[in-house]
Design a protein around this ligand. Structure first.
Ligand SMILES: *Cc1c(COP(=O)(O)O)cnc(C)c1O
Length: 458
């Protein structure tokens, strides 16, 4: 598979290169040069496969020839061994909704599904065999712990995780700051998730620094993450066994829902992809009005969606603008210099064909959690609750799959407020609860972070 940048179609990269680099040298995002579309009979054949077999089919298309299909299958088996379900994910009927539970991995959020695979890909691609790799990752709460669980104790790999200080849940922080061993560094930045993400992106675009530390990234701008997430759109579609489905997705950086968009491009009959946001409603605004204008991040009850600069949206722009790399660069330049850009009516209409979007505020989130607990004796987490709220934009709820992105225990304070219930600690993380936390607090200054990293690896 050949890859290009959203800001320059003429540069060509291999899977191995885009995996290691994460971000294109021109600041753009990597995307495949072409995407295969399955016809109806090919899709029917996929229906019979187990999760691992299906994942092997879909993922191998994007990472061949560098990863051999048989090796990939073994890699996937190894990656999902620790999951607390037989088939990695599970789909349940709760009341009248179809809930896709994606949180049975080691750190209780959907991020584990891709991250466990990425962890093993570093070895498979022999990226860390000659020279130590330093992975720098920004997290709004769940990516960090998933990355640490996937990369803990690996030789020749260090992981630096930047999270916004005091802006993630206590349990999110606890998981992140207790599982790590010597190769893991947790940094609390005095700022927001957007600040953390900006620091990482900036470091990637500084060639000298990037090369000096042999830097790599596992944020959702890394295409391999998106690829792993395409699988469960197919798998859950097959389980529902309906002609057409829609998906409601709690959205922050536009990575997870973009995987659904790629599934649709590959031929999966998806009606609508429904974006749910919290008060950080930049995506709701751009989809409904065409204006993309990041504001200040507002802390909410769904902290993993507290994002204003939704990086993966650039990948959708590339399609909406007819793969015109120059136009993408111009809009991204507007964003940088003027602080916003605006899509015209025709472009917005193209987006609306595939996407709907709705904002769900904290008060609504609480009442949805409360209602589910009362009506069905079932506890959902605040992120999943926003998707349930947003799913109302489509009439027939039976044909919608709601992505359950995190285990409610990660947000037990909110669950307690909504339901007065104390949750039992899930067994994946029970052993971490008494362990001492380890993290350093730094100012929101890129030079401080760079010096910290240089000092730790010297
Ligand atoms: C990361 C995360 C999201 C947002 O996913 P994106 O791919 O960034 O859109 C939603 N819910 C939870 C629980 C998350 O951890």
């Amino acid at each position: 598979m050949e890859y290009i940048s959203t800001r320059n179609k003429n540069l060509s990269f291999s899977f191995k290169e885009i995996f290691l680099r994460g971000l294109a040298p021109d600041g753009g995002l990597f995307i495949p040069k072409e995407i295969k579309t399955y016809d109806k009979s090919e899709i029917n054949k996929l229906q019979k496969l187990s999760y691992i077999e299906l994942a092997t089919e879909i993922i191998s298309y994007f990472c061949s020839p560098e990863i051999d299909k048989n090796n990939l299958k073994n890699l996937l088996k190894k990656s999902y061994k620790s999951f607390q379900t037989n088939e990695v994910i599970s789909i349940k009927k709760v009341g009248d909704i179809n809930l896709l539970e994606l949180y049975h991995g080691p750190t209780l959020a959907f991020k584990d599904i891709a991250m466990q695979v990425l962890g093993n890909m570093y070895e498979e691609l022999k990226l860390s065999s000659d020279k130590t790799i330093n992975i720098v990752v920004a997290t709004s709460g769940d990516t960090g712990s998933a990355a640490i669980a996937a990369l803990n104790n690996r030789s020749n790999i260090n992981v630096f995780v930047l999270h916004p200080h005091n802006k993630i849940s206590k349990i999110q922080r606890k998981i992140m700051t207790t599982i790590g061993s010597n190769n893991i560094y947790n940094i609390a930045i005095k700022g927001t998730f957007d600040d953390c993400q900006n620091i990482v992106k900036e470091m990637f675009s500084e060639n000298a620094f990037r090369e000096k530390i042999n830097m790599s990234g596992v944020n959702s701008i890394n295409w391999a993450r998106i690829v792993c997430q395409i699988v469960y759109y197919f798998y859950s579609y097959f389980k529902l066994d309906d002609e057409k489905v829609s998906f409601a997705v709690p959205t922050g950086n536009f990575g997870d829902i973009f995987a659904g968009y790629i599934a649709k491009k590959m031929g999966l009959p998806i009606e609508k992809l429904i974006v749910s946001t919290n008060e950080n409603d930049i995506l709701e605004k751009v989809i409904n009005t065409g204006e993309y204008k990041p504001g200040k991040v507002k802390p909410s009850l769904s902290p993993s969606m507290d994002v204003q600069i939704s990086s993966n949206f650039e990948r959708l722009l590339f399609d909406v603008l007819d793969e015109n790399d120059k136009k993408v660069s111009d809009l991204m330049n507007d964003l940088k210099t003027k602080g916003s850009f605006k899509l015209n009516e025709k472009q917005t209409a193209i987006i609306k064909k595939d996407f709907s979007a709705k904002k769900i505020n904290d008060q609504e989130t609480i009442s949805i959690i409360k209602k589910f607990s009362k009506d069905y004796n079932f506890i959902i987490d605040p992120h999943t609750a926003t998707a349930i709220g947003a799913s109302k934009v489509v009439k027939d709820i039976n044909k919608i799959i709601i992505l359950g992105t995190a285990h409610p225990y990660k947000f037990l304070e909110t669950i307690k407020i909504a339901t007065s219930q104390e949750l039992e600690v899930p067994k994946q993380i029970a052993h971490l609860m008494d362990k001492k936390e380890k993290y350093d607090i730094l100012d929101n200054k890129i030079t401080d972070i760079k010096n910290y990293i240089l000092e730790k690896i010297s």
